[in-house]
Design a protein around this ligand. Structure first.
Ligand SMILES: Nc1ncnc2c1ncn2[C@@H]1O[C@H](COP(=O)(O)OP(=O)(O)OP(=O)(O)O)[C@@H](O)[C@H]1O
Ligand SMILES: [Mg+2]
Length: 324
């Protein structure tokens, strides 16, 4: 685990907000604001933060499912934002996404067999019918579904099984990198662990690299090698999971992680309740966007956005008055 598969530099995505009869631009949301990070081959980077902070926008911008406003996204050293349509089509094979809602992301009129076969045909892989059939059985084996699943329709499966179908579809084209956008949030708690474990087993077996977006910090901590925290479009801290759990430097990270119950009753942990709502992303506060809710804020924090500071090779944060 040393080479970077994904390198993101100064990535920005700005959504103009149009209003009025003439549809003029009345404002904008900087959903992804100057974000830089990398993900090593075979690594899982967790991505957390409150609703609306830009996690999905970041994940989709990296895959160019939405077009970033500026910045660089390098995949295996090549900046894919400079790729034309044809180059991008070939690239799509290597990067896949799994969505939160396995109900909405499968066509109810297609059998699982045709859902899984479609990407093989689009990308011209496994060219004969027999080769494709073999591949479909292999995909079912990966996600532990029985062979007869191929002739069934999505509604005949439970939520967990449907998410397995989505995972199989993502795997069909032999990707190297998968953005998992809250893949277990819509599932029953009892099946969440099964799907998370499946994703981890597949990662080992196939050498996959994940960007794993989630609300549930426990899940993120479990699956991720490192975790990145976002607040209003900015990445405010990134570190190995254990470093964040015990040694967060940004007050927002500390507050977020203080909400996880500690299984060890002998370690008392202070629970930090954040006051105030997330400010409007259209009109974020000056300086560090977190300062109105921050109990550590000083004058500097109201003036300008803190630069990236390195705590160690794996731990970076953006805060003028970090927790020591
Ligand atoms: N197509 C769009 N047009 C305008 N604004 C958008 C669009 N998509 C997202 N946004 C805005 O960008 C910001 C980030 O949204 P995003 O969906 O990336 O957040 P998120 O962190 O994934 O939230 P959640 O946890 O609820 O999924 C939000 O303020 C959202 O309203
Ligand atoms: Mg989202």
């Amino acid at each position: 685990m040393s080479e970077n598969l994904i390198e993101v530099k100064n990535l920005c995505k700005r959504f103009p907000i149009k209003g009025g009869l003439l549809g003029r631009e009345v404002g904008a949301v900087n959903a992804v604001n100057n974000i830089s990070f990398s993900i090593k081959k075979g690594e899982t980077l967790g991505l957390v933060g409150e609703s609306g902070c830009g996690k999905t926008t970041l994940g989709r911008s990296i895959l160019r499912l939405i077009e970033p406003t500026s910045g660089q996204v390098k995949f295996n050293g090549e900046d894919i934002l400079t790729y034309n349509k044809n180059q991008m089509r070939a690239m799509r094979r290597k990067m896949q996404i799994i969505f939160q809602d396995p109900y909405a992301s499968l066509n109810p009129r297609m059998t699982v067999g045709s859902i899984l076969e479609e990407p093989l045909i689009i990308h011209n892989l496994f060219k004969t019918k027999e080769e494709r059939q073999k591949r479909l059985y292999k995909l079912l084996e990966y996600v532990q579904l029985p062979k007869d699943a191929l002739n069934k329709y999505p509604h005949e499966f439970s939520g967990g099984q449907r998410q397995r179908v989505c995972i199989a579809r993502a795997l069909a084209v032999e990707p190297e990198f998968i953005v998992c956008d809250e893949p277990v949030s819509a599932l029953d708690v009892s099946v969440q662990a099964q799907v998370v474990n499946l994703l981890m087993d597949l990662q080992k077996e196939l050498g996959l690299t994940y960007l794993f977006i989630a609300h549930d910090l426990k899940v993120v901590e479990y699956i991720s090698n490192r975790v990145a925290v976002m607040y209003l479009g900015n990445m405010i801290e990134v570190a190995e999971s254990h470093e964040l759990y015990g040694g967060a430097r940004h007050p927002y990270t500390k507050a977020l992680f203080s909400a996880i119950p500690n299984p060890n009753p002998n370690i008392s942990k202070e629970r930090i309740i954040l006051e105030g709502d997330i400010p409007s992303p259209m009109n974020p506060p000056a300086g560090c966007h977190f300062h109105p809710r921050c109990w550590m804020a000083k004058d500097e924090c109201r003036m300008s956005y803190p630069p990236v500071e390195s705590m160690s090779q794996t731990h970076e944060y953006r805060c003028y008055n970090p927790i020591s």
